[in-house]
Structures are given as structure tokens and as C-alpha cells.
Design a protein around this ligand. Sequence first.
Ligand SMILES: Nc1ncnc2c1ncn2[C@@H]1O[C@H](COP(=O)(O)OP(=O)(O)O)[C@@H](O)[C@H]1O
Ligand SMILES: [Mg+2]
Length: 477
Amino acid sequence: MAEVVLRGFGWRHAGRRAWAIRGVDLRIRSGERVLLLGPSGAGKSTLLAALAGLLPEDSGESEGTVTVDGRDPHARESAGLLFQDPQTQLVMARSGDDVAFGLENRGVPAGEIWPRVSDALDRVGFPYPITRPTHALSGGEQQRLALAGVLALRPGLLLLDEPTANLDPAGGTLIREAIARAVGRDTTLILVEHRVEQALPLIDRVVVLAPGGGVAADGAPEVVFAGHGPALAEQGVWVPGYPLPRHRAVAGPGDALVRAQAVAVDRRLPPVRLEARAGEALAVTGPNGAGKSTLALVLGGLLAPTSGTVTAFDDPSPPHRWRAATLTRRIGSVFQAPEHQFVTSRVADELALGPRRLRRPAAEVSATVDELLARLRLTALAEANPYTLSGGEARRLSVATALATRPRLLVLDEPTFGQDRGTWIDLVALLARLRDEGHGILAVTHDEAFADSLADRVHDLTPALPHAHRRPDRRPA
Ligand SMILES: Nc1ncnc2c1ncn2[C@@H]1O[C@H](COP(=O)(O)OP(=O)(O)O)[C@@H](O)[C@H]1O
Ligand SMILES: [Mg+2]
């Protein structure tokens, strides 16, 4: 059990002009379960890092005080922190070893380690033997394992930072079930989770960080959402029941940009036939294991299909055979976890990379960079290191990077994963605008709201429904 007290707390990361979080006064009593909300960049992750003792003095400037059970969080490790990306948290090849690793690190006596490992795995409902290779687990299972690793440490304060943001709906359910069964009343819980509706059963209090500093709302969920619903939705919080904008195409689709015929990405999956056209947004949906991400790589020209043919841009050779420069001029790909793919240490350099490789003149490169920075609201972060961006900022940067070489076709893998309501709305509006300017948009997605809001056509990879169907409500005749 742990009590958290913040008084006038603020933190400014080294090298940043703006405070990541400021003026926070908050008391969380032992055993409370708090849902921490706030728009992308409001400082939620920074607050959790402070509580976990992960903000060393020399990494920034602080204001006010933060204590866990009356003590400086750096002084004693009483918090366990789970991040959104399971892959970056697993370090060992075998599942049990991964949980044991954290215990060994904290110097738990050898005789206690394995009983604690199996207890933690039971609590999260881990369904495999401890020898199960971690790479053979689904994303949701990996995250369950990572949660077991945190619970094995028996933290009095459990901090979960968007634990389902990188998972498909089934994986998200696995984690929420694991949290519900594993977290007892002897633990204080702070959960950051954009999908409010799904988080409500796990929590009894909602705290909303205001983007400008301080706490915008605090209380029981029904009170917070009844009293502040519209204002919170405006600020980017997924308030249950608030409608989302819809973007209909301004014109019918143009030429086919890419065509897949009898394409298989895996011998066990049925072959796919589809076409993505200019001026059209196509959503490719389907369950886990339907090969969606692999298909995105194939259509993006980054991988050869196992069988079948892909043709694009009237080129006789398939996209995966094109020279890199040709590919980036025609097709831009945005991956599922863009936060691992940045290759430079400055946001502006990241955007300049593609145009520079195409040997575009310096003046044109900097004009492109400036335009994209402004368009994706990243201008203030031009000098920042991409790896320090918040999740929503990183996603916008990855879309901007794909656009920098002005490709006509954009292939996106789960573009809306982990976005708050505000960045979600912005991203969908941006993609709608690109479509209406004549770009082809092809997005592999689990997000039904995304398909409803943007897609002109949905191609469902569910085996029983193998063909694309035009949604009758999309384009009234
Ligand atoms: N390690 C870091 N170095 C510099 N700036 C950072 C770092 N981590 C976060 N920031 C910045 O602090 C602000 C708050 O970020 P974050 O706490 O990640 O917000 P949230 O989790 O609410 O999206 C953002 O502007 C982000 O770019
Ligand atoms: Mg965050």
C-alpha cells in the first residue's frame, strides 16, 4: 500500500523550454485506483516516471514536492511501472526467466524467486509453462508477462502507462482481465489509458491533467464526466459517448495505385486480392493473425509476397524490386510502432532525411520540412530528439516523415493505436485531407471508429468474408 502526495509538483526535461508538467497538487490514498487522463503531451508519463523515481536530478528541473509514503521516490523502490510497449520490456528468451530477472536485480533471495515467479504468472493468468519462448507470445500475452514481471516485485504502488495502447482489441482485453484479477486492494493503482470506457471497471477515481498545468478535474468517474464532459472531450479525452467527425471523400476514386492479385503473405492464409486507388481511403481489417501487418509491408514494397503478384504505379516490376529512391517517391509507409524507427536525433533531421536522399535542393528540403512541421503541429519540437516525444507527437512525426518525399500512396499500419481523442481527430482529418488532395490511403486497422470516420471502402480479411465490400452508407449515389 502506498500513499502518493504531490505539492505544486512540476518537471521540465533537460533541453526543453516548456514544463512537461506543472502545478500539480494531488493526494492519492492507499488502495485507491486512479485513472489518469489528459491530452497527449500533458505530462502523464512524466508524472508516472516521477513517482517511480525515474527522474534523476540531472535530467531536468523540478518544482514542488512528490512523495510516496512520505518519502522521495528515488530513495526506495516502492513503485512498479509498466509501459505501453511489451517488446521493449521483455529482456529474456524464456518467459519465466523474464519475471525472475527483475527479482534477481532487486536482490531477492534465490529460494524466494521461483515461487514468486509462478505466483505472479498465476495472478495474471499466464497460460503457458515458464519455458515458453517470449518471442512465441502474442502482443497481449507478452504484455501479461511484462505485468507479471512488475507484480512479482510486489509494489505498493502500481503504475500502468497505456498498457494496452500497442495491442489489438483481443490483447487489450487480456491485459484488462489480468489487471482486474491481479491487482488487490493492497495496491495503489494509477492507470493511464485513453480508452476510458474500457478502463472504468478497473478504477474508482479519475484525475485529469490540464495541458497548461495543474489538475483539470478530479473525482468519481460519473461526477467528472457529467460535470466536465464537453470540456474534457474538447481537450482530447475520450469521454464516453461523444461523437466523432466523419470525413466523406469529396470526389470518387481515381486510378489504381497498387494492385494485389492472389497475394499470400503466409502459406496458411488465404490469398488476397485488392486494389488501392488515388483519392480513396481503404481500411483493411481482420482478426489477429490474418496477416495485416505483413500485408502492409508487402503493399508498401518493403517485403516480397510469398506468392501472387503486386503491381503498382504501372511499373512492370513489383514494388519490392524498386530502387529505394523510386519507392519513397511513390509509397510512404507508417509502421505500427513508429517510436522505434527514428534514425536521427532531431525532429527536423528526421523529416529532411527522405528528401535529402532524393537529392532535392537544400532550399526545397527546408521548405518541405517547415511545411510538414507546421502541418503536423511539430514546429515547436523541431529541435527535439524524436525519442523524447510523447506517443501522439511521435505518431505525427512518423506520418510527416512518410509524407516528406510526397508519395502518392500512404500505407499505414494501425495509425490510431494509442492516440488520445484530440490526436486521433487530427490524424483522421489529416488523412482525409490527403485523400481529398488525391493521395491513396491504405490503412490496416483494428479501430472501428477509424474505419467509420474515414474509410470509403473496407476490405475485411476475416476468412469467411474474403472480399472487399463497399459500405452502402459511405458514398450515397
Ligand atoms: N525524456 C524526455 N526528454 C525531453 N522531453 C520529454 C521527455 N519525455 C517527455 N518529454 C516532453 O514532455 C512533454 C510531456 O510528455 P509526456 O509526459 O510523455 O506526456 P503524455 O504522457 O501525457 O503524452 C512532451 O512535450 C514531451 O515531448
Ligand atoms: Mg505518455
